[in-house]
Design a protein around this ligand. Structure first.
Ligand code: GTP
Ligand code: MG
Length: 370
């Protein structure tokens, strides 16, 4: 997209500029004719005239890069890697996730009841790593189809006694499409029929060549059930994340993605959000997909209430009006009024989309110079 001035928008809508300025004022936005207006305001104004602005649903896969691109390099600091575990059925994804958490959650934190919020963080040598506790395929397919890129590193679990199976290949394809580095966890090394060489051989056919064989793919042999090789795996994750130079700006309004969400009888809409940039605070006005609200309370992966959550942190949030969907993006706004406006406009748009009775224009059409 480009930029659009108030006057430009008036022209596109075939209205008087003064009329648009007045409309903007009723939305609490003071603007002059030659001033650029943001996409949300454009959307709201168009809404007023019954012109629907199509959100570019096909959001860039590198949405995250977009968020980051807006930051000055000097504002960016290192952030934890977000890791997803993928692999064929029964190859040990859940067991691996459990053993990493049990091995690496520090003694001081062990007292807390680990709560299932769809993601957890560990700390290793002073550096955190975030693990998404959702089925890897879901994390890639549903989220990617919605334009969200949440994973920095994919762990591909392959059982050493079973080798490469259909879902292993599927996982490889997802990770490759997302251009995410892959670390191979050759699991079940304790089993009698374990044959890591065969796994390596089979993966070579998918351009995943081990370093020992002149390639660049990291292979770690482990036994998730015996908790052997977990340290090696974590070390490799740290290594890869260093190479990736993952960064974010903690000093701005938070944005990120919904990991999972549900309706809780007592607490209402409960959503696990992964903060990808900025810092999320209790009390923040927030738009999440087509819903909005104000962050009422936040709970971390250890079940503790927290007031803030920085980049790469998963938190369970209450205070949203409705239940969003996994993969929905969220953004914090400076004031609640704006969040409400954007949220309501999106809801309205969704309702009307179902009715299909609106004139449609795309933002790109609007931005296109006459
Ligand atoms: P789905 O979620 O169903 O796709 O399976 P998964 O990949 O999460 O596998 P899960 O962790 O549930 O493990 C499947 C079975 O393999 C269980 O019976 C585990 O106990 C067993 N298993 C997992 N890791 C190991 C291992 O390192 N060694 C051995 N011997 N068994 C393991
Ligand atoms: Mg599982």
């Amino acid at each position: 997209s480009g930029t659009l001035t108030v006057g430009g928008l008036a022209e596109k809508l075939e209205k008087d500029t003064s009329e648009i300025i007045k409309k903007l004022m009723t939305l609490g936005i003071m603007a002059t004719k030659n001033q650029d207006i943001d996409e949300d305001s454009i959307e709201l104004i168009c809404e007023e005239y019954g012109v629907e602005v199509e959100q570019e649903v096909e959001v860039d896969e590198n949405d995250l890069d977009l968020y980051i691109a807006e930051d000055k390099p000097e504002d960016l600091v290192e952030r934890p890697a977000v890791v997803t575990i993928m692999g064929h059925v029964d190859h040990g994804k859940t067991t691996l996730l459990d053993s990493i958490r049990d091995t690496k959650v520090t003694a001081g934190e062990a007292g807390g009841i680990t709560q299932h919020i769809g993601a957890y963080q560990i700390e290793d040598k002073g550096k955190k790593i975030t693990f998404l506790d959702t089925p890897g395929h879901a994390a890639f397919t549903s989220m990617r189809s919605r334009g969200a890129k949440v994973t920095d590193i994919a762990i591909l679990v392959v059982a050493a006694d079973d080798g490469v199976m259909p879902q292993t290949v599927e996982a490889i394809n997802h990770a490759k499409a997302a251009e995410v580095p892959i670390i191979i966890a050759v699991n079940k090394m304790d089993k009698e029929g374990a044959n890591p060489d065969r796994v390596m051989q089979e993966l070579t056919e998918h351009e995943l060549v081990p370093e020992d064989w002149g390639g660049e793919t990291i292979f770690v042999q482990l036994s998730a059930i015996k908790r052997e090789g977990i340290d090696d795996l974590v070390e490799m994750i740290q290594l890869v994340s260093e190479v990736e130079e993952l960064k974010a700006n903690p000093n701005r309004n938070a944005s990120g993605t919904v990991i999972e969400a549900q309706l809780d009888k007592g607490r209402g809409s409960v959503a696990t959000l992964l903060v990808q940039n900025g810092t999320l605070n209790v009390g923040d006005p927030i738009v999440v997909g087509n819903t909005f609200g104000r962050v009422r309370a936040m709970v971390n992966d250890l079940g503790r209430r927290v007031k803030t959550a920085g980049p790469s942190t998963p938190v369970e949030v209450t205070g949203l009006n409705e239940v969003p969907q996994a993969g929905d993006q969220f953004t914090v706004f400076d004031d609640e009024k704006k969040a409400r406006q954007v949220g309501e406009a999106r809801q309205q748009k969704q309702i009307e989309e179902k009715r299909g009775d609106k004139v449609r224009v795309s933002l790109d059409d609007l931005f296109e110079q006459i």
